[in-house]
Design a binder for this molecule. Structure first.
Ligand code: HDE
Length: 729
């Protein structure tokens, strides 16, 4: 059974919710479910939910129908404003568990005890699109984690890229306005491929590094479960003695970091705009709980200036080659929300929600964020008590003297809502300079007020170049193609030219290739350097290349949770298919039987095979791999069906693993490949197998086929296939 089917059957994995009991219990108290009857919001039983109160059976509706009025009024108020950025999101519950005590560096409660599980709620999101946008657009994704710790809620509100476009919060509204649909006609939706975005970014060279990341495969994750996360800013760890280290946070997916191809991403946006959220939901429902490891890069306070760039600059990252990442714990998502609105929509993240042991740095982008998030929650969630919404409540008690406000849920008792007081419990209550509780790092500050940045922030190209140099050949090609696509959508030639000229400061060849693809003039580095806003102040990056920045260099791949399409028609050979299919499932991948229509097909041995999807309703872009069984009659039928042939060719063109058994290879005829592989060694990731001798009951050969196929799936994509451009798909 595929996770999709399991989800449809409404089954829950046994362990769901494990590790997050406290949060679940808290939410249960607020659960309202209609049982035998319905009531109004005042608790009055509704006699009939199908008819309004009217003057006679054909007469006008009566104003006094308070049941109808309440229902429609509430309905009209159902929507709240979507988030101004990162509007489209998907969330899940789970837990975080530290690998070892980090008490040497931080006193944060959730990083002390490896036996302790801290409940979390995670919301993934896309920065650009509205709530109804497609999931697979090219974009930076939000990766926001709320840890319900015993010392209060800690929010790590990060992203899928380690660097951001701008250095100072004052530019954020400009960036968002340039990125979002243009104000005069409200187009285009959920894409940066338009004049305004490239106009703004080409006038702001500090965006260059983040742009390179956005044009790379990183901006097209295959799955949220296969996406890295980053805290972006430099933060501080503080231990119980008050000693601090700078720290950068990383989330490393256990399934490795993998991307979609741009062609795939665009097609999926039409075929299944919910591709990512569905994948997350179904994986959790099916018991394939997504996992990430929390990594930290720590830098001692006195090494702040030793890295060749400014740690406070959010357009810079610390290459792992300079400061290794220590894995300090794991995040497991094991429970889907019960209600999208109550949890995923109402969750209120804030980079300023920190706990003892974690503190800010003076990164000017982070400092601005600290101001902005409360403001947006106030307007989005309707008042100062949004922290009382179930999803936002801390699991440790909170009590203070803040009172009243819209939507107040608490009934505060007592006469004293001020401090210090003696009326509260008869003795003096005073909170004044205690050493317990949140302590800020005692940073020394003695400065003149200034509207400006350190010159250390003025190196906009060195790390962009480092990133580009570190990519593999195919990844570089994808970056070139992405720039060409985006800029081909820009109507004003002057804007395209500015981008090309800026790119000359990253890599001359990259700039030239982009220029060629969009009919721009040859890149002119001097023109870029002559423009207002251009700064060049290199403080000496010590690396030319950092292999860790290439996505392809990530974790060893796995076939676990990958989706395999099994193409069938009447007359396929189910006997040779079955053991191969079983072995694939055992490796943790999920097979789905796909045919021209739903229902069943009859195998050569007259067995009924249930069809789960069709070539039209689940095309190849929604799978990671394709398996074509043997069976002369069945393969004849598939080879005559253009949709089936296209399915296989498209998967091949997208670099996916393919396996054919016996006559199944005929679906690859267009590629010049043959049954039994008479043509020689098949291209990378293509397994062309003979029919295994099953009448002996010996499944060794079938297992070998499956083993080769699973290994090919685990490599995610196979780019080293000859003549891909010529494949008609
Ligand atoms: Fe945000 N950001 N942001 N941001 N951000 C919001 O808060 C803002 C920035 C990020 O799943 C908003 O509740 C400013 C960087 C995520 O609910 C808003 C600045 C990064 C999410 C806001 C930044 C982020 C938000 C919109 C510049 C990557 C979604 C609604 C100073 C590290 C969280 C809301 C969720 C959401 C403001 C910069 C990540 C308007 C002013 C850099 C993942 O408050």
């Amino acid at each position: 059974m595929t996770p999709h089917n399991k989800a449809a059957a409404g089954r829950r994995p046994k362990t769901a919710g494990e590790g997050a009991p406290a949060k679940q219990d808290q939410l249960a108290a607020f659960t309202v479910e209609p049982t035998a009857h319905l009531t109004t919001n005042q608790g009055v039983q509704v006699p009939d939910n199908h008819h309004s109160l009217t003057a006679g059976p054909r007469g006008p509706t009566l104003l006094e129908d308070f049941i109808l009025r309440e229902k429609l009024t509430h309905f009209g108020q159902e929507r709240i404003a979507e988030r101004v950025v990162f509007a489209r999101g998907a969330g899940a519950h789970g837990y975080f568990q530290a690998y070892k005590s980090m008490s040497q560096f931080t006193c944060a409660d959730f990083l002390q005890d490896p036996a302790q599980r801290t409940p979390v709620f995670v919301r993934f999101s896309g920065m650009t699109g509205s709530q109804g946008a497609a999931d697979t657009v090219r974009d930076v994704r939000g990766f926001a984690v709320k840890f319900y710790t015993q010392q209060g809620n800690y929010d790590l509100v990060g992203a899928s890229l380690p660097v951001f476009y701008i250095q100072d919060a004052i530019k954020f509204p400009d960036l968002a306005h340039a990125l979002k649909p243009q104000p005069h006609h409200g187009m285009p939706q959920a894409t940066s491929a338009h004049d305004a975005f490239w106009d703004f970014t080409s006038l702001m060279p500090e965006t260059t590094h983040a742009l390179l990341w956005t044009m790379s495969d990183r901006a097209l994750p295959r799955s949220l479960r296969m996406m890295e996360g980053f805290g972006v800013h430099t933060f501080r760890f503080i231990n119980s003695q008050g000693d601090a280290h700078f720290v950068k946070f990383h989330w490393k997916p256990k399934l490795g970091a993998h991307a979609l191809l741009w062609d795939e991403a665009q097609k999926i946006a039409g075929q299944d705009p919910d591709f990512h959220r569905r994948d997350l939901w179904e994986s959790i429902e099916g018991g394939d709980f997504p996992e990430w490891e929390l990594g930290v890069q720590m830098v001692a306070q006195d090494k702040e200036h030793s890295l060749g760039f400014d740690l406070l600059d959010p357009t810079k990252l610390i290459p792992e080659e300079l400061v290794p990442i220590q894995k300090i714990g794991k995040l497991v998502l094991n429970r889907n929300p019960d209600n999208f609105f109550a949890e995923t929509e109402q969750v209120a993240f804030h980079p300023g929600h920190v706990v003892p042991g974690i503190d800010f740095s003076s990164d000017p982008l982070l400092q601005g964020r600290l101001m902005s998030y409360t403001d947006t929650q106030l307007s989005r969630l309707g008042g100062a008590n949004f922290h009382q919404l179930p999803i936002n409540r801390s699991v440790c008690p909170f009590h203070n003297l803040q009172r009243d406000g819209r939507g107040q849920q608490a009934i505060h008792r007592g006469a004293a809502a001020y401090e210090p007081n003696t009326l509260g419990n008869g003795s003096e209550f005073r909170v004044d300079g205690a050493s317990a509780g949140f302590q800020s790092f005692a940073q020394e500050l003695d400065a003149r007020k200034v509207r400006g940045r350190s010159a250390d922030f003025d190196d906009h190209f060195t790390q962009a170049r480092l990133f580009f140099n570190s990519q593999g050949t195919v990844e570089k090609e994808h970056i070139v193609a992405a720039f060409r696509f985006e800029l081909s959508k820009v109507e004003l030639p002057a804007i395209r030219q500015r981008v090309v000229d800026n790119l000359a400061h990253v890599d001359e060849k990259l700039a030239r290739r982009v220029a060629e693809g969009i009919g721009a003039d040859a890149p002119d580095a001097r023109a870029a350097a002559g423009r207002a806003g251009y700064h060049e102040h290199r403080i000496g990056m010590v690396l030319d290349e950092a292999p860790s920045l290439a996505m392809a260099s990530g974790v060893e791949g796995s076939a676990r949770t990958r989706r395999v399409a099994v193409l069938v028609a009447d007359g396929v050979d189910s006997a040779s298919l079955k053991p191969v299919q079983q072995a694939i499932e055992q490796a943790g991948a999920h097979c789905t039987v796909v045919a021209a229509r739903l229902g069943t097909v009859t195998s050569a041995s007259k067995r009924q095979i249930v069809v789960e999807a069709t070539f039209a309703n689940r095309p190849s872009v929604l799978f990671d791999a394709v398996l074509v069984p043997a069976g002369r009659e069945g393969i004849d039928a598939l080879a005559r069906n253009g949709d089936a042939v296209h399915f296989v060719l498209e998967a091949y063109k997208h670099g996916k693993a393919l396996c054919t058994i016996g006559e199944g290879a005929r679906l690859l005829a267009t590629l010049g490949l043959e049954e039994g592989n008479a043509g020689g060694v098949p291209p990378s990731g293509v397994v062309i197998a003979q029919v295994p001798p099953l009448n002996t009951g010996d499944t060794t050969e079938a297992l070998q086929i499956a083993h080769r196929f699973v290994a090919a799936i685990a490599r995610h994509r196979h780019w080293d296939r000859p003549g891909l451009d010529a494949v008609p798909a």
